[in-house]
Design a protein around this ligand. Structure first.
Ligand code: PEP
Length: 251
């Protein structure tokens, strides 16, 4: 179902007491005034139990940052979708550019990860986006289309309807260089159009497409006001309760 979402991606930041302070501050801030969006925090896996407890008592939903493509077994260090499900985790990021770059995750394995999540009723936040050289060469639409075709477009319509897409131009992640609202809108409309062609208009209209890449308390409002931008996946600015809260109330 299409809905507005603000999701924080904490990446590999914070130790336990800092994580507790941060989630507590966000929960307090949003409990006073109901947000106009789903609020998700995607935390390192060691904090999921603690943040999951907040999900039970507050409006915060918890997301993981990674999942194994395997169901279970001898995969030391990995975390399965069934494990996440057993801890009441609602979302999981898949295909973040850092996973693609540093851990060599390719479209096929990302598809399998999303498949495990859907089987376990966890919503994948599936990240796609071009590199700077792709945009400079005006290949950005082709790159994004190929990422979709080689991964989530392998799902049937019912399966696909469980997925949230996050458009994250790689050149904007952690760089302070945000896509302009017009650039974000143009790509989001393109993605929605591809979904309509692959499935149908209804599926396209029902898909939440988030923007990610140096989205912050100052620029969120204008980005989120774009017709096809349904919210954001927020990295750096999700580590500060005040900034993240401002972003949540940017709709
Ligand atoms: C991200 O890592 O998903 C992200 C969008 O990071 P930042 O907001 O820091 O650019």
């Amino acid at each position: 179902m299409r809905q507005k979402i603000v999701a924080g991606n904490w990446k590999m930041n914070k130790v336990f007491h800092e994580a507790e302070d941060l989630v507590g501050a966000i929960a307090n801030a949003i409990d006073d005034r109901e947000p106009d969006c789903e609020v998700v925090i995607c935390t390192p896996s060691v904090f999921l139990e603690m943040t999951g407890d907040y999900s039970e008592e507050s409006q915060i939903r918890t997301g993981a940052q990674n999942v194994s493509e395997h169901e279970s077994g001898a995969y030391t260090g990995e975390i399965s979708a069934a494990m996440l499900d057993s801890m009441a985790i609602d979302y999981c990021i898949v295909g973040h550019s850092e996973r693609r770059k540093y851990f060599g995750e390719k479209d096929e394995v990302l598809y399998e990860k999303a498949e495990r999540l859907i089987e376990n009723e966890i919503i994948p936040i599936f990240c796609i986006g071009e590199q700077l050289e792709d945009r400079e060469a005006e290949n950005h639409f082709k790159v994004v289309e190929a990422q979709l075709v080689n991964s989530v477009f392998k799902f049937n319509k019912d399966e696909f309807s469980n997925i949230v897409i996050a458009y994250e131009p790689v050149w904007a992640i952690g760089t302070g260089k945000t896509a302009t609202p017009a650039q974000a809108q143009e790509m989001h409309a393109f993605i929605r159009d591809l979904i309509a062609k692959k499935y149908d208009n209804e599926t396209a209209e029902e898909t939440s497409i988030l923007y990610g890449g140096s989205c912050n308390a100052e620029n969120a409002k204008e980005l989120f006001s774009q017709k096809d931008v349904d919210g954001g996946l927020i990295g750096g600015a999700s580590l500060k309760a005040n900034d993240f809260t401002k972003i949540i109330y940017s709709f």
